[in-house]
Design a protein around this ligand. Structure first.
Ligand SMILES: Cc1cc2nc3c(=O)[nH]c(=O)nc-3n(C[C@H](O)[C@H](O)[C@H](O)COP(=O)(O)OP(=O)(O)OC[C@H]3O[C@@H](n4cnc5c(N)ncnc54)[C@H](O)[C@@H]3O)c2cc1C
Length: 416
């Protein structure tokens, strides 16, 4: 079977942007976007923010607004999971039909981890990935509801903030000593812990969750709380599991693509098959400037957006390396932050501004070199943080810590 079509598997942000990227790069052949969810491609960040809060409806989350498929001339197959890919025959299977493709973009995203805990499948236990998840959870975040959020990373902390803002009683559970410790370190994680505590969230970190408590039997069975490894029980009507995600790799693996913790891709996001590209949460990318030539897999919005555009353009023949730095944002209460950096760890946090004032830049250093940076309620500085990261040279700490130095001057003054 021969085809002149680009087929994109996965109707999330990366998939939708791949279609745009292919058109912008001049692809004149047909493009088909196949997604298992029944909705037009939408963005997930609002699901733990405005949409969960009730400020926005589903329409606000759409990546592909009305008219999108006409504008980019994309044929949409929604509610249509691809069950197999035959790389040699250049076909993807939907239902029992084998659709031919000329070039393939894979963007199947990720699924939330549901731990193998007693009671984890009870009614009242939620994970948050899809629009349906968010709408179901929103209905349960009502004044007086007792909500236990398990996992104190991004999804957990954002859900805790929204649940509290909707009037629920919230306990935030997780590992470590402060929320977000792994990504932001103890100082900035401690700041987030204080913010939550000041809004009335009980932050109880340390003991592991060992099970979900049940009340009722049969059809009446439902979650009634969370049992911790220290023997205590946190009573709750709603339990939200924010324990991270697993990339959806089964299709790629079964097709025979090279896969490790993600689908392996070269600098241009091309997979081990010369007619298949990859983008978003599933891509394990040979980033041209990652320290030590390490592979990078990023589970963030900016990465899905920009890699989607790049993978689509490259499938259309652009053949350009993808070089943007990982970027992330989060909104909790009145605290907004942006983060750029490599996900490989740091050994020092350097602050500009004060945690007490709630407005600061936290530089993450490794061996004296900036490898990441979070700007919290400080704006228009992230591009300068990125310049420092890209320079990959030791910095003068006193310059970065000095609030009187203009961030535009950081590269000139701080790079030793
Ligand atoms: C609640 C929430 C809040 C978030 N907030 C932020 C934030 O504030 N900032 C930030 O930077 N990032 C945030 N993220 C992360 C960000 O949304 C993801 O990194 C991004 O959605 C990844 O896009 P993707 O297109 O790779 O995957 P996805 O968005 O997961 O889309 C993949 C799509 O492919 C479909 N699919 C899977 N398998 C198949 C198949 N076999 N056939 C057809 N279709 C298939 C899936 O159903 C899904 O629709 C958040 C994520 C969540 C869940």
């Amino acid at each position: 079977m021969s085809s002149d079509e680009i087929v994109i598997v996965g109707g999330g942000l990366a998939g939708a942007k791949a279609a745009e990227g292919a058109r912008e790069a001049g692809w004149e052949g047909p493009i088909r976007l196949v997604g298992s969810e029944p909705y037009l491609p939408y963005e997930r960040p609002p699901l733990s923010k405005g949409l969960l809060l009730g400020d926005d409806g589903p329409q606000a989350a759409l990546t592909a607004k009305d008219g999108w498929s006409r504008t980019f001339d994309v044929r949409l197959e929604l509610g249509a999971p691809v069950t197999a890919i035959d790389l040699a025959a250049h076909t993807v299977r939907i239902d029992s039909a084998d659709l031919p493709y000329a070039r393939l973009v894979l963007a199947t995203g990720a699924e939330p981890i549901r731990p193998d805990l007693p009671g984890a499948d009870l009614p009242g236990v939620f994970t948050l990935r899809s629009l349906d998840d968010a709408l179901a959870l929103r209905d349960r975040l009502v004044p007086g509801a007792r909500v236990a959020v398990v996992g104190a990373s991004w999804i957990g902390t954002e859900v805790a903030a929204v649940a509290r803002q909707r009037g629920a009683e919230v306990v935030l559970l997780g590992r470590g000593s402060v929320p977000l410790e792994k990504v932001l370190g103890p100082e900035v994680g401690g700041f987030y812990g204080s913010v939550h505590a000041s809004h009335g969230v009980e932050v109880r970190l340390g003991p592991d969750v060992v099970g979900i408590e049940r009340s009722g039997e049969g059809d009446d069975a439902r979650a009634a709380g969370v049992r911790l490894s220290d023997g205590s029980v946190v009573e709750a009507d709603v339990v939200v599991l924010g324990l991270g995600v697993r990339p959806s790799l089964s299709l790629a693996k079964a097709a025979g693509l090279a896969v490790e913790d993600g689908v392996l891709a070269d600098a241009t996001l091309r997979t081990s098959d010369r007619d298949a590209w990859v983008a978003g949460d599933i891509a394990s990318h040979a980033h041209p400037s990652a320290p030590g030539g390490r592979r990078v897999r990023v589970e963030h919005w900016g990465n899905a957006l920009n890699q989607g555009l790049a993978a689509g353009a490259n499938a259309a023949g652009a053949d350009r390396p993808y070089e943007l730095l990982p970027y992330f944002f989060s909104d909790q209460y009145d605290v907004g932050m942006e983060y750029s950096g490599w996900p490989f760890g740091f050994d020092e946090t350097l602050l500009r501004g004060s945690l007490e004032d709630g407005e600061f830049v936290a530089f993450q250093l490794r061996d004296g070199v900036v490898v990441g940076g979070a700007n919290v309620n400080v704006w228009d500085v992230n591009e300068h943080v990125q310049t420092l990261i890209r320079a990959a040279r030791p910095v003068r700490r006193e310059i970065l810590a000095d609030p009187s130095v203009d961030p535009a001057d950081w590269p000139r003054l701080a790079l030793a």
